[in-house]
Design a protein around this ligand. Sequence first.
Ligand code: ZN
Length: 147
Amino acid sequence: MKPQSKSNIYQIPCECGATNVGETKVGFHQRMIQHEKLIEQDDDNSKSEMVQHHHQKGWQCMLDTEKAFIIEDEIDRRKRRIKESIYSTVSQSINRRNEIEKLWTPLLYEVEPSIKGIISSRERNFSDKRSVQRQDGDSGTAEEEED
Ligand SMILES: [Zn+2]
């Protein structure tokens, strides 16, 4: 296993079905702590799109940093921004993003199913890892299989 890069694009799901995509160079866990702090502070004029989302929804739902996951590592800042835009568009996320060139729209439409596949497999991997951590040393094989 290669060491985790601090530069990546991540996704945070919300209870209401919305999702927030972001990019960071400070590391995924560090970034989640920053988000959690902003949510806790709940500033009326917060620039945080996550806090704004909660305000819009009257605090009826919660973006869940516990369920957040890394979509992809990307060291190059420019590429990271472009990928953030692509993943944001595909995931129809709530965050602001750089517009993708109109010229690229047909191509993006074409590759959208495979990008969605990448995102959901990353999400599954992360939730698998978390449930292993929760079992805390229990290495027994699971009897029940999910379809
Ligand atoms: Zn929501």
